[in-house]
Design a protein around this ligand. Structure first.
Ligand code: CLR
Length: 382
């Protein structure tokens, strides 16, 4: 028997939790987990992982050659994966169960760097059942903007939790009036049995540019492409051509190389170990609105820190009851919850065409950022 990371007193609850996962129907938010696996961070914060490397985020805007530019977009995307999928293991020791955002919960922040200036993040929980987070990240100096939304559909098989991501991201580069449609990988959680969960990516991501360039990224865990974890193999194509111009492969949490399929020359593509994330600047709690994530969850997060299950439960229930009251009121008044900075619209613009170009079923309705609404609110004073 392998050593378990589950604290001795929590082994019973942990087994109960695993069994509850097995019988849950796709909605991870409704499951109660033992305290040692909880994190005090809400899922609405996870949108920040798209731009914790502001230099990689704005880099494509400075490249005039469209092929090189599309490669820079691919590089930025690869660079985001380490933060997205391994940062909890690095900072908290294992993957954890994030707090389940409430409807209308908002997470705001900015990155300030010398070269890139200000990059802004607006993330909002736009749906509770099923959970959906929408976000916008933009840098006006360089004229680049990422918008997206995502939800998760889970299923459980023996000791693995499979998570399919719903939604997509769209990167827009103003100077070239260019869009990149990005699909999200499927993932699974390993190590559950031993109480040391971690994410493995599977299947693929597609990045389709309005310029015609297209990248497909295939993921695998340990032992498929090589004996290493977090590996990927990307193919980079021009237009409808079926022969790849480049093949990029390696570890997204480590080194990857790029091979020019024409010259067969190989060189370093990206080394994740050489780049440090830039911390997001978030307003102090006392200056945040009560619907801002860290302020709203302050007491729960503090209780998670000290694994005080009773307080976690009491404080969580307060938020849940408040939400129930709000929904009840809305029902009585026959009104709907107003999203703060995003709206659900019919997808008729360039994105629909891009999705079709990429060969993915376009979503009928998509969450789009209402920048004007954000800028007219006090929340925009970051
Ligand atoms: C959210 C969107 C981000 C990428 C991302 C990374 C990790 C994922 C998370 C998403 C969704 C929630 C998630 C998490 C890993 C574990 C966690 C699937 C997709 C689940 C809810 C936790 C299960 C509980 C066990 C760890 C015990 O861009």
């Amino acid at each position: 028997v392998e050593a378990s990371a589950v604290p001795a007193q929590q082994r019973g609850p942990w087994m109960t939790f695993l069994r509850s996962l097995a019988s849950s129907k796709g909605d991870l938010s409704s499951i109660t987990a033992p305290p040692f696996i909880l994190s005090g961070t809400s899922l609405v914060e996870y949108s920040k992982f798209w731009a914790e490397l502001p230099d990689a985020f704005v880099a494509p805007t400075m490249i005039l050659d469209k092929e090189e530019r599309a490669l820079a977009v691919l590089k930025w995307f690869i660079a985001t994966l380490k933060g997205q999928y391994t940062s909890r293991n690095e900072t908290l020791g294992s993957e954890k169960k994030p707090l389940n955002p409430f409807l209308g919960e908002v997470f705001l922040g900015k990155w300030e760097t010398e070269t890139e200036g200000t990059t802004i993040l607006v993330s909002e929980q736009v749906s509770h059942h099923p959970p959906v987070t929408a976000y916008a990240i933009y840098n006006d100096i360089y004229g680049i903007e990422l918008q997206g939304y995502n939800g998760q559909k889970a299923s459980f098989a023996t000791t693995t939790l499979n998570v399919r991501q719903v939604g997509h991201a769209v990167l827009y580069i103003k100077k070239f009036d260019e869009y990149y449609y990005i699909t999200l990988p499927t993932l699974h959680i390993e190590g559950l049995f031993y109480g040391a969960p971690y994410v493995e990516l599977e299947q693929n991501t597609l990045i389709q540019s309005s310029s015609g360039y297209r990248a497909t990224i295939e993921y695998s865990g340990k032992g498929y492409f090589s004996g290493k974890k977090n590996t990927f193999k990307a193919k980079f194509y021009a237009g409808e051509e079926s022969a790849a111009l480049y093949t990029i492969s390696g570890q997204w949490s480590g080194k990857s190389t790029i091979m020019n399929e024409h010259t067969k020359k190989e060189s370093l593509f990206y080394d994740a170990t050489e780049h440090n994330v830039v911390p997001l600047i978030v307003k102090p709690l006392d200056q945040q609105a009560d619907y801002e994530s860290r302020r709203a969850w302050e007491k729960v997060a503090a209780a998670v820190q000290v694994m005080d299950y009773d307080t976690i439960h009491v404080e969580k229930s307060k938020i849940e009851n408040q939400q129930r009251e709000l929904r009840k009121k809305e029902k009585e008044l026959g009104i709907k919850w107003q999203r703060r900075y995003f709206e659900l619209i019919e997808d008729e613009g360039p994105l629909k065409d891009l999705a079709e170009l990429a060969g993915v079923e376009p979503d009928e309705k998509v969450w789009r950022f209402d920048r004007e609404a954000f800028e007219h609110s006090t929340d925009s004073k970051l």
